[in-house]
Design a protein. Structure first.
Length: 212
């Protein structure tokens, strides 16, 4: 059975390099049966919004500061997703926790990428350069990136894909970040492709990838 078209919303707070990697893969035909329907950022100057607009993708700045309550903010986000007929959500450097109402509506249909080998070095406060500083401080020999499903806990959802990189003795947090980002740009489009092909099954806390 051919899966439904993956109608993707991308949430991003920064420059959007992972969004760009996924968009490039879709344009190149590497991710069949998928399109970016909407990009949302809490940051009005986010590079991700510029990428979207340059590619004629609807782009919205939606921030909690624009609303009088958490409830109104979350209801607005959910309505924007429904209006665009979104059925899959990609978090690409989005620096806010999604409300449980959104997570429940898109159960097992929200993915995030984390710049470490989860379950190590995840959780609140573990983002950006802080992750790589901690990896080096702990004298880890390997690091990498993890694509995982999003649930109500930071970085605790079932793991879809991981890839490793070696932590060299002379690595700095910045040099390690660059190596990990390169891996992120490889595995995030791969993970989205698996969902677009209907090959991902969730069994409790486990992910089963069907053969191609």
């Amino acid at each position: 059975m051919v899966p439904d078209l993956l109608n993707i919303a991308v949430f991003a707070s920064g420059k959007g390099s992972n969004f760009q990697a996924i968009l490039d893969a879709i344009k190149a035909g590497k991710i069949p049966n998928a399109r970016i329907a909407l990009v949302i950022s809490n940051n009005s100057t986010a590079g991700a919004l510029e990428i979207a607009r340059n590619n004629r993708i609807p782009a919205l700045h939606v921030s909690r500061q624009q609303f009088g309550s958490d409830e109104t903010f979350n209801e607005t986000l959910l309505q924007k997703l429904k209006d665009s007929k979104v059925n899959f959500v990609v978090l690409a450097g989005y620096m806010k926790m999604l409300d449980s109402s959104i997570i429940k509506h898109f159960k097992n249909r929200i993915v995030n990428i984390h710049p470490a080998l989860l379950p190590k070095f995840g959780g609140k406060g573990m983002y950006g350069i802080h992750v790589h500083e901690t990896v080096i401080a702990n004298k880890e020999r390997m690091s990498g990136a993890t694509v995982h499903l999003v649930d109500e806990e930071y970085d605790r959802g079932p793991i879809v894909l991981q890839r490793t990189v070696e932590v060299a003795p002379n690595d700095t947090p910045e040099s390690l970040a660059a190596k990990v980002l390169k891996i992120e740009h490889q595995i995030y489009p791969e993970a989205v492709r698996l969902f677009a092909e209907g090959r991902v099954r969730v069994n409790g806390r486990n992910i089963i990838i069907a053969p191609a």
